[in-house]
Design a protein around this ligand. Structure first.
Ligand code: MUC
Length: 96
């Protein structure tokens, strides 16, 4: 199942910079692992924002929920999710 996810990062302005750097490094490590295993299909920065548009490929809504909860930055993100299904006019066979 494919899901479009918008993540907006809102780190507290008074967060210790070392803690922020650690969280971002941990997030990057997990994000790259999930991209390599095919779970995190797309990751795009939204220009001008500390936010991203992503596409996740997971077996269920519960799996998406569990994946998002694992993200080190989860406590500091606003997350919006939209389920995706194949468009009848799509020419891409892997859109499912
Ligand atoms: O920077 C972000 O958009 C937040 C998050 C998503 C992947 C990652 O490495 O950090």
């Amino acid at each position: 199942m494919l899901f479009h996810v918008k993540m907006t990062v809102k780190l507290p302005v008074d967060m210790d910079p070392a803690k922020a750097a650690q969280l971002k490094a941990e997030e990057k490590q997990l994000a790259q692992r999930l991209q390599r295993d095919g779970t995190w299909r797309h990751l795009w920065r939204i220009a001008g924002h500390y936010a991203n548009y992503s596409v996740f490929d997971v077996p269920s809504v519960e799996a998406l929920h569990d994946t998002l909860l694992q993200l080190p930055l989860f406590p500091y993100m606003d997350i919006e999710v939209a389920g995706l299904c194949r468009h009848p006019s799509s020419v891409h066979d892997d859109d499912r």
